[in-house]
Design a protein. Structure first.
Length: 273
């Protein structure tokens, strides 16, 4: 005797806080970020899914390799959704450890820790940001992005060896004008990154470059200042638009994969005690 079931579509998410935060936090549980929207939309389409959101605040592209064994080699996802090099694109000279420390959400409490965070760490970060604002500009400090693209290329290469998953490289969205005032070189570095991601997608058979700027036309007004009001993180409506687009891509691809169609599982006979 046997039963028929569907093998779950495994989806891994890699990236920074844009995959885990909305522009207005502390809302209800229904304020879903796009990885959860994608999961919900696939379930709505009767697709069995198993997702792993491995994104984290202040994530750097070089961190891809520290978790590759667990996330790719061992877990072997069918689809990997990536938003690489966001941190490297925004900042010109601010050290990653300082950015992470100054903007950390989870910190152990304590009087001296609080003083260190407020007076020293955040003060130092503000000083470096002011210096960075003065020295940054179009065409400057592109080395971080170029290195991040190199890391992404190597990650794609070695990941293809693990049963060739579909890897979706997300377009990096444009900054708001307020953020451009603080990070003058961000727009040029963004163009460099997106061009590099397109080239990587063209180089590998099972890698796709996924645009999100085309989704802005669904909203009125479709301005960055409205869709990511804090300058970086999407509002819930734009998260939903991204998640629905990714779900459509995933479902189309999954429907061509024989291992994701129904599988027959042999039932185990019950032995009387």
């Amino acid at each position: 005797m046997s039963s028929v079931s569907q093998l779950p579509l495994r989806i891994l998410f890699k990236g920074p806080s844009t995959l885990v935060w909305t522009s207005m936090m502390s809302g209800p549980r229904t304020d879903l970020v796009f990885p959860r929207v994608m999961e919900a939309e696939l379930i709505r389409r009767d697709r069995s899914v198993d997702t792993w959101n491995a994104a984290r605040n202040g994530w750097l592209t070089r961190d891809l390799f520290g978790t590759w064994e667990d996330e790719i080699s061992s877990w072997s996802p069918d689809i990997v959704v990536m938003n690489p090099a966001h941190m490297e694109t925004v900042h010109a000279i601010l050290p990653p450890w300082l950015e992470r420390g100054a903007n950390a959400v989870s910190r152990r409490p304590g009087r001296f820790r609080r003083l260190y965070y407020r007076r020293i760490l955040r003060g130092l970060a503000r000083f470096v940001l002011h210096v960075q604002r003065r020295v940054d500009g179009p065409g400057r400090f592109q080395g971080r992005v170029e290195r991040a693209l190199g890391y992404t290329d190597e990650y794609l290469r070695i990941s293809q060896q693990v049963q060739n998953p579909l890897i979706l490289l997300l377009e990096l969205h444009e900054p708001t004008q307020k953020k451009v005032d603080w990070f003058p070189g961000w727009p040029a570095r963004r163009e460099l990154l997106n061009d590099g991601l397109r080239q990587l997608a063209d180089r590998y058979d099972n890698v796709r470059y996924v645009t999100i700027s085309d989704l802005m036309g669904q909203f009125d007004p479709g301005r960055p200042e409205d869709l990511w009001a804090d300058g970086i993180h999407f509002n819930t409506a734009f998260h939903r638009a991204i998640g629905e687009k990714l779900a459509a891509i995933a479902e189309e691809w999954a429907s061509t994969q024989p291992h994701l169609s129904s599988v027959r599982l042999a039932s185990v006979p019950v032995v009387p005690a």
